[in-house]
Design a protein around this ligand. Structure first.
Ligand SMILES: NC(=O)c1ccc[n+]([C@@H]2O[C@H](COP(=O)([O-])OP(=O)(O)OC[C@H]3O[C@@H](n4cnc5c(N)ncnc54)[C@H](OP(=O)(O)O)[C@@H]3O)[C@@H](O)[C@H]2O)c1
Length: 310
C-alpha cells in the first residue's frame, strides 16, 4: 500500500486530497518554490450565508479548534449547537462564554467520552431521540499523548481509541441518523472528520494487519498519530461510498498547524520545548481562527465534490 494507491496527494495550497482518482494539481513554477505551510486561511464565506434554523454538533468543543469552530458557526447565525464534551464542568464554562456572545442561539452541553464505547453509543441514541433536525456534525475530539496511556474501558491505547476507533464508531452510528434528520429537502446534511496532514507521513508494516499493529508496536506519539489520521481518511473515503452525497456529504479537514490549542498539553511540558514549539508555530502555524475556519469551509462551503475527500 503506498500513498498513490490510497489516492493521497499533497496540494501545495492547503489541502491533502483523498478521493477517487485525484489528479495532481498543475502548479505554476512560483508555487513549487513556496513553502507549503498552511498559513493561509480558506477563502472567505459568501456574504449572506446563514445557518439560521440549523443544528450542529461538535465533539471536543470545550476548547481549542472545536470551541473556535463553534464560535464561527454561531457567527453565521447557527440556531442550535450541541457541545459534545467529556467534562460537564469544562463544557458548561465553554457554553456560558458562547451563550454570552451569542444570546440568540440554543447552546447545550452533552456528555460524550470517546474513550468509552458505551458513551459513544449512548450519545448517538440521544441524538436520534432528542434532535428533530441535524445539519452539521464535526468530529473534532482528538488527543496526542507524549507517553502511552491505556484506556480503562477498552484496554486500547488512548489515542488509538479516541482518534480512530471511537471516531469511526460515532461516524458510523450517526450517519443514518443524519440522513434521517437532515434539513429541508435538497440540502444534504454534513459530516466532517477532523484529520491531519501528518497522515501523509504515516508508515505501516505492510506485511502485518494494520489495526493489530497498534496493539503490538511500541507507542510513538508522532508515528501513531499519523497512522490514526491516515486511517480516518481511508475510513471516510470508504464510508462515503455507502452514502449518496445528496443526502449526507462526508469529508475530512485538516486545520493546519495551530499552536493555540491544548493538543500539545503533554508534549510541551518542558520550558525549552515550549519556546521551541512557540517559535515553530510562529513561523509555520496558523492562528486559531484561521485553523477553525477550515472546519467552516468543510461544512458550509465545500460541496458534493468534497464527498469522501478533503
Ligand atoms: N492543533 C493542531 O495543530 C492540529 C493540527 C491538525 C489536526 N488537529 C486536530 O484537531 C482536533 C482538535 O484539536 P485541538 O488542537 O483543538 O486540541 P485540543 O485543544 O486539545 O482539543 C481537543 C478536544 O478533544 C477533546 N477530547 C480529548 N479526548 C476526549 C475524549 N476521550 N472524549 C471526548 N472528548 C475528548 C478534548 O477534551 P478535554 O479538554 O476534556 O481534554 C478537547 O475538547 C483534533 O482532532 C486534532 O487531532 C489539530
Amino acid at each position: 500500500m503506498d500513498r498513490q494507491q490510497l489516492g493521497i496527494v499533497i496540494h501545495h495550497s492547503q489541502y491533502v486530497v483523498v478521493g477517487p482518482n485525484p489528479k495532481p494539481p498543475h502548479l505554476p513554477k512560483r508555487h513549487r518554490l513556496r513553502l507549503p505551510p498552511a498559513v493561509h486561511a480558506p477563502p472567505p464565506i459568501a456574504a449572506g450565508t446563514t445557518l439560521d434554523g440549523q443544528t450542529a454538533i461538535i465533539t471536543g468543543s470545550n476548547t481549542g479548534l472545536g470551541l473556535e469552530a463553534a464560535r464561527q458557526l454561531l457567527r453565521l447565525n447557527l440556531s442550535r449547537l450541541i457541545l459534545a464534551v467529556r467534562s460537564r464542568a469544562k463544557g458548561d464554562v465553554a457554553a456560558e462564554v458562547l451563550r454570552h456572545e451569542f444570546p440568540h442561539a440554543q447552546i447545550e452541553v452533552w456528555i460524550l467520552d470517546m474513550e468509552d464505547p458505551k458513551s459513544v453509543s449512548a450519545f448517538a441514541v440521544k441524538c436520534d431521540q432528542d434532535l428533530g433536525r441535524i445539519d452539521i456534525v464535526i468530529l473534532n475530539a482528538g488527543v496526542q499523548n507524549k507517553d502511552a496511556v491505556v484506556s480503562a474501558k477498552t484496554g486500547n491505547e488512548q489515542t488509538f481509541q479516541v482518534n480512530y476507533l471511537s471516531t469511526v464508531m460515532l461516524a458510523t452510528l450517526l450517519l443514518p441518523i443524519l440522513k434521517a434528520k437532515a434539513g429541508p429537502a435538497g440540502k444534504p446534511a454534513r459530516l466532517t472528520v477532523v484529520t491531519s496532514t501528518t497522515a501523509y507521513f504515516a508508515d505501516f508494516d505492510h506485511e502485518r494487519p494494520i489495526l493489530l499493529q497498534f496493539g503490538a508496536d511500541k507507542y510513538d506519539p508522532t508515528k501513531w498519530y499519523a497512522r490514526e489520521k491516515l486511517l480516518q481518511m481511508i475510513f471516510v473515503r470508504n464510508l462515503s461510498t455507502l452514502m449518496d452525497p445528496d443526502q449526507v456529504i462526508i469529508n475530512t479537514v485538516c486545520p493546519g498547524l495551530v499552536g493555540e490549542t491544548e493538543i500539545w498539553r503533554t508534549l510541551n511540558t518542558k520550558i525549552i520545548l515550549r519556546y521551541l514549539f512557540s517559535a515553530y508555530f510562529t513561523l509555520f502555524g496558523r492562528s486559531l481562527a484561521e485553523g477553525a475556519s477550515t472546519y467552516v469551509h468543510a461544512v458550509v462551503v465545500a460541496g458534493r465534490e468534497s464527498h469522501g475527500g478533503f
